[in-house]
Design a protein around this ligand. Structure first.
Ligand SMILES: Cc1cc2nc3c(=O)[nH]c(=O)nc-3n(C[C@H](O)[C@H](O)[C@H](O)COP(=O)(O)OP(=O)(O)OC[C@H]3O[C@@H](n4cnc5c(N)ncnc54)[C@H](O)[C@@H]3O)c2cc1C
Length: 448
């Protein structure tokens, strides 16, 4: 009997693992088990007005890991101009942020308050210089989001931006959230480098003026991977949910698992939060010309709003403009119905200057994505380590992907992790070695 591998999950992590495994081990029998009836996971399309809409704003950063682009080079990747806006006090500030436009957009009184807050923050200069060297997310001491941010940027900036944003997104007081969130999502680990980059040529590298997007949408990447896998002899079983109890009947097989880590570990306090997506149709001419709006203020229920036709003109709907409004689960819980509250959302979009007139919402589709963001509460690292330790008792079990590793990461990261897992399997045939190497991925930084 040829060796057999089961790949759990047909998101980008599972599909890329199946392709890479099939390429490097042609005699291997590979099955993909996917719990739902379709492949794609977070990249599965949501059909709205006949177009395959992404699950929220998805794009590829030009500095992304090149393996994703290499594997999908037959896709028509387009370089699209970045036209993002940060909405603060009803002002639109270009995003990604550049220092001087950012300060100008804030206005003199906010800049003054933040400048004073920064000067009088509770830290010494020597510590400030130390942070410049500190790149790692992993630290045993977790002072929490609030203290981490206040020490770096001061009270005024914390109160104005970070606190409301974190409360909206996580639905928890920032003191309960881990420093990991600040480290991964707030570019304050190296403030001096950030300021310097604003003056240097490399600012284009850190804040590129374009992004990459497949002409036919992110779902086309999933089709591409699925086709490649099928051509290499991989078989697919949809509607097939894997459970750890299956391992006893799969003896001798290796399992590459891209489902949730938390489903494999009893009694863990690791948890997630979800995200509501509202796809809204407006008459043509209602929405401004930007691709994405970032709205951290608590007066708006949504944290991000994007316009798919600005990602690829092929994904436009004649006579309509389609917005994807992302509302964090936060305090809403997983069962909220926003449809009766569409008028409030429409007024908020108008207040934020995203909707430029009184145009009505002509159509809406709500989708809830459960468990999309790992909840990094203070002390999560110990729980994570215990979970990984627990997996060592299973033979040939390779967790991969965003869910398998409990990561907040990008899709190119998922492909790289699958590549590394397949290599580790080919080299050692010992998943304990793989599990022992996983901590390095906790330092991955999500790119927006
Ligand atoms: C709103 C949003 C915006 C994002 N924007 C970007 C972006 O701009 N750029 C970027 O690079 N990344 C972005 N990401 C991240 C990116 O979507 C993910 O990193 C990536 O899609 C995760 O892929 P995955 O295969 O690891 O997980 P998933 O896509 O979640 O796939 C896991 C699959 O496993 C299946 N499964 C789970 N459990 C089982 C089981 N027990 N048995 C069988 N099957 C199971 C699930 O059904 C699912 O199909 C974004 C994510 C979100 C939520």
């Amino acid at each position: 009997m040829p060796p057999k591998s089961i790949v759990v999950g047909a998101g980008i992590a599972g599909l890329s693992a199946a392709v890479l495994l099939a390429r490097t081990a042609p005699n291997h029998s590979i099955e993909v088990w996917e719990a739902s009836e379709d492949p794609g996971g977070l990249l599965a399309p949501i059909s709205f007005h006949g177009i395959p809409c992404d699950r929220g704003s998805h794009r590829v950063h030009p500095n992304a890991d090149p393996l994703l682009l290499e594997l999908t080079q037959r896709e028509e990747w387009q370089a699209m101009p970045r036209r993002g806006k940060l909405v603060l006090n009803q002002r639109h500030i270009g995003y990604p942020l550049r220092l001087f436009p950012f300060l100008k957009g804030l206005g003199p009184s906010t800049v003054l308050q933040m400048g004073l807050g920064f000067l009088f923050r509770p830290t010494a200069l020597s510590q400030f210089l130390q942070w410049e060297e500190d790149r790692s997310t992993i630290q045993e001491h977790d002072e929490g989001f609030e203290q981490f941010v206040v020490e770096r940027v001061g009270q005024a900036a914390y109160q104005q931006f970070y606190r409301p944003y974190v409360e909206k997104v996580w639905g928890l007081p920032p003191s309960q959230i881990s420093r990991t969130v600040a480290k991964q999502r707030v570019s304050t680990s190296s403030p001096w480098q950030t300021v310097l980059a604003s003056f240097r040529h490399d600012k284009a590298k850190s804040s590129p003026s374009h992004f990459l997007y497949p002409k036919k949408g992110m779902a086309s990447l999933i089709d591409r991977f699925r086709l490649m896998a099928e051509e290499l002899g991989v078989t697919f079983r949809y509607g097939q949910r894997f459970a750890l109890s299956d391992l006893s009947s799969l003896q001798g097989s290796s399992v590459f698992y891209s489902g949730h880590l938390t489903d494999c570990v009893p009694d863990t306090s690791l948890s997630h939060r979800g995200l509501y997506l509202l796809h809204l149709a407006f008459p043509d001419g209602s929405i401004r010309d930007d691709d994405t709006y970032y709205t951290p203020e608590s007066r708006y229920w949504f944290g991000r709003v994007s316009q798919l036709e600005k990602f690829s003109p092929e994904l436009s709907v004649p006579g309509k403009q389609i917005l994807c409004v992302e509302i964090p689960e936060g305090q809403w819980g997983p069962k909220h119905d926003f449809v009766p509250q569409l008028e409030t959302i429409r007024l908020q979009l108008q207040h934020a200057g995203i909707l430029q007139n009184n145009a009505p919402i002509e159509d809406c589709r709500q989708t809830f994505l459960p468990r999309v963001y790992p909840m990094y509460r203070r002390g999560w690292l110990q729980q994570w380590r215990q979970a990984i330790e627990h997996l060592k008792s299973y033979r040939n079990f390779y967790p991969i992907g965003r869910q398998g590793l409990f990561l907040h990461c990008n899709m190119d990261h998922c492909v790289r992790i699958s590549h590394d897992a397949v290599q580790s399997y080919q080299r050692d045939r010992d998943s304990v070695r793989w599990l022992e190497s996983l901590e390095r991925y906790l330092d991955l930084r999500v790119r927006d």
